[in-house]
Design a protein around this ligand. Sequence first.
Ligand SMILES: O=C(CO)COP(=O)(O)O
Length: 254
Amino acid sequence: MGRKFFVGGNWKCNGTTEEVKKIVSILNGREVPSQDVVEVVISPPFVFLPLVKSSLRPDFHVAAQNCWVKKGGAFTGEVSAEMLVNLNIPWVIIGHSERRLILKESNEFIGDKVAYALSQGLKVIACIGETLEQREAGSTMEVVAAQTKAIAAKVSNWVDVVLAYEPVWAIGTGKVATPAQAQEVHSELRKWLQANVSPEVAASTRIIYGGSVTAANCKELAAQPDVDGFLVGGASLKPEFIDIIKSAEVKKNT
Ligand SMILES: O=C(CO)COP(=O)(O)O
């Protein structure tokens, strides 16, 4: 299979220059498993991308948190995929639930964004996940399958895509999915990819979990066979992010 463990740190809309410098210096000073074992990607707000890119250790990479759906131009307030490429930013997060729910980005719009970002040479962390209401109504798989379908419809090459399953009820709530809950959805998503894309894509695509991941719960989650890493919010702004990166070691021993 060979799916390299992936840990993303999504800083969301947080940080000042001073805080950014402090977090970067903490990240730079700690030992973590080698790049053969874990791929680490840090995602600061747009305005801090150049600072983080120029000061972060070379074995960690950077991601934007969003980009425009097509070529840049007269789109006030947007940042284009071309600009990220121009700044040598290799990754972008697309379809985070905060953008889906607060900014009303639809499945189709997100599919278009993923396709355009890939076409420009960016690698994409594509986010999906159900709300509490949807989970309680028993429609989790239906929701995440529809979200994945809208992405799959526009993607022909999955090599540069990481799928992030982030149940909305677990984001920023301290209410992490249990290892069994995460494994269940990840395994169903892999089956969905197998049936609707290809067995090769299903076997090789990393499906990472996000939602209240901490140093305390990451090892148990990482031990699940279909959990290939994490997208971390709050804890990525703290030194414990290093411990979450180290949970990649769990995988090495399984
Ligand atoms: O949304 C997330 C990462 O993209 C998860 O956020 P928290 O880790 O703060 O719950």
